[in-house]
Design a protein. Structure first.
Lengths: 233, 199
C-alpha cells in the first residue's frame, strides 16, 4: 500500500476524545485536505499539556490514507480558550462543520472562514456578525450558496422597496400585496449582499434565512451546541 | 490458541479493566490459576459484593454503600460550600489535597455537544434538588479545565442562576513548580487573565 504522508499542514482542532489508555482521537479541519480524523498516540496525561485542544490552531503531520490517519507530529500555532456564550458559538461552528461536511473533502474557504471566526471570537467582537459571516461561507462551500441580490431563477435584481419570500433551494421570490411574518424587505436583502452587518435588519433577516437553510440540511436531529447558549442571549 | 473455554472466558472478562489488553489479561488469568487461587477467590467475592452493594450517595451521588456517603454524613463539614465535580476520582483528589471542608456533588461526566451528551444525561435536576436542600452560600464549579468542563460549568452557572448567592469556577493557570517557558499558550493566556492582587 502506498503510504500517504502530509507534513506541516495547518489545521484547526474540532474535537478530541480519549482513545485507549494513552492516546487521543482528534478531528481536524485542515487547510488542504478537508476534515481529517487521526490518532495521536501516547499524548494523554502529558504533564505539560498539549495543543490538541478543541478550537486550537495547529500544524500537523500525518501518515496513512485510510479513514483514520496517524498523527506523527503536531505543534500549536494559535491557542484558544473561550468561555460563556463565546464558547457556545465556537461549539456551534464546529458542530455545523462536523455535521455538514464529509471527511477528506477539501474545503479551503471553509478552513479559512473557521480560522477567521476563531480569531474573531478570541478578539471579543460581536459574536452574531461572526456567526452570520461563517454560516454564509459554510452554505456556499457545501453547495447551497444563497444569492441575496437577485430574484430566484437568476431573474431581475432585488429592489430595495420590493417584498420577497425565501424558499430554501430556490431563492427569493417576489410577493405582492401580502404581508406576514415571512415577508422580507428588499433593502434588508441588499444590505446582506453588501455585508452591511451594522444594520440590524440585515442581521435579523440573515439569521432567520441561514437558520432555516441549516435546519433543513441538518434534518430532525437538533444541534446540541444551541442548548449551551445562555438563555436570553 | 485456546487452552480451555473457561480460561478463555476469564481472559476475556479481565479485559474490561482499563489498561488491560489480551496479553495482560492472559498473564493475570494464569497467575490466579497457577499461583494464587485463594486470592482469586477473594477477588471474585469482593467484586460480586461491591457490584451488588455499592450505589450512589443520595445526596452527592458519589459511590458508597450506605444511603449517604461518609462525607455527606459527616456533621463536622460545613454546608456553606458545595463543590461540583465530574467524577468520584475528583473528590478523592480534592480530599487527599486537603483544605476543603464543604460538600460535594458528582456529575458523573460532562456535557459534550459534539458527542451528543446533553444536560439530561448528567442528571442536572438532581443538582438543583441538592442545592435547594443544602442552601449553600457558594457553589464551586470544579469541572475539569477542558473545553467540555468549561461548557458544563457555563451551563450549570446558568441553570442555578440566582438560586445561589455566589457561583465560582476553580482557577486555572500555571502549575506550582512549573516554568513559564514550557507552558502551553492557552494556559498562559488564562493565567494572565486570571491574575490577582498580591495580598
Amino acid at each position: 500500500m502506498i503510504r500517504n504522508r502530509v507534513t506541516d499542514e495547518p489545521a484547526i482542532v474540532l474535537h478530541v476524545r480519549p482513545y485507549r489508555e494513552t492516546s487521543l482521537l482528534v478531528d481536524l479541519q485542515t487547510e488542504h485536505h478537508g476534515r481529517v480524523a487521526g490518532v495521536a498516540r501516547g499524548v494523554r496525561h502529558a504533564r505539560r499539556g498539549h495543543c490538541l485542544q478543541p478550537f486550537y490552531g495547529v500544524s500537523v503531520s500525518w501518515t496513512g490514507r485510510s479513514a483514520l490517519v496517524t498523527l506523527t507530529s503536531f505543534e500549536s500555532r494559535r491557542s484558544a480558550w473561550f468561555t460563556g456564550n463565546v464558547l457556545a458559538s465556537a461549539y456551534y461552528a464546529v458542530e455545523l462543520v462536523m455535521r455538514l461536511t464529509r471527511e477528506h473533502e477539501p474545503h479551503e474557504r471553509l478552513y479559512e472562514a473557521l480560522e477567521w471566526l476563531m480569531r474573531y471570537l478570541a478578539e471579543g467582537h460581536e459574536m452574531e456578525i461572526g456567526l452570520r459571516q461563517f454560516e454564509s461561507v459554510l452554505l456556499e462551500e457545501i453547495g447551497y450558496a444563497i444569492e441575496f441580490d437577485v430574484e430566484a431563477g437568476g431573474g431581475s435584481a432585488i429592489k430595495p422597496n420590493g417584498e420577497y419570500r425565501f424558499e430554501f433551494g430556490v431563492g427569493f421570490v417576489a410577493v405582492s400585496g401580502r404581508s406576514g411574518p415571512d415577508v422580507i424587505m428588499g433593502e434588508a436583502l441588499l444590505a446582506i449582499a453588501n455585508r452591511q452587518w451594522q444594520r440590524s435588519d440585515a442581521r435579523r433577516v440573515a439569521r432567520r434565512i441561514f437558520r432555516r437553510s441549516l435546519e433543513t440540511l441538518l434534518g430532525p436531529r437538533p444541534l446540541q451546541s444551541r442548548r449551551l447558549l445562555r438563555r436570553g442571549a | 490458541m485456546t487452552i480451555s473455554p473457561l480460561i478463555d472466558r476469564l481472559i476475556e472478562a479481565l479485559q474490561i479493566l482499563p489498561g488491560v489488553g489480551s496479553k495482560g489479561a492472559q498473564r493475570m488469568a494464569l497467575h490466579i490459576l497457577q499461583r494464587n487461587r485463594e486470592g482469586g477467590q477473594r477477588l471474585a467475592e469482593v467484586i460480586a459484593r461491591a457490584v451488588e452493594e455499592v450505589r450512589r450517595c443520595d445526596a452527592c451521588r458519589t459511590l458508597c454503600e450506605e444511603r449517604l456517603c461518609s462525607l455527606c454524613a459527616d456533621t463536622q463539614r460545613g454546608d456553606e460550600l458545595l463543590c461540583v465535580v465530574e467524577s468520584p476520582a475528583d473528590i478523592l483528589a480534592i480530599e487527599q489535597a486537603g483544605g476543603f471542608r464543604g460538600r460535594y456533588f458528582v456529575l458523573h461526566g460532562h456535557l459534550s455537544p459534539i458527542e451528543g451528551v446533553g444536560p439530561e444525561d448528567l442528571g442536572l435536576e438532581a443538582l438543583g434538588v441538592r442545592v435547594r436542600a443544602l442552601k449553600p452560600r457558594e457553589v464551586i464549579l470544579a469541572t475539569n479545565p477542558t473545553v467540555e468542563g468549561e461548557a458544563t460549568a457555563h451551563y450549570i452557572s446558568d441553570l442555578l442562576g440566582n438560586t445561589v448567592e455566589r457561583i465560582t469556577r476553580i482557577a486555572h493557570g500555571v502549575p506550582i513548580g512549573g516554568e513559564l517557558e514550557y507552558i502551553d499558550g492557552g494556559t498562559i493566556v488564562h493565567a494572565i487573565q486570571g491574575r490577582r492582587n498580591i495580598t
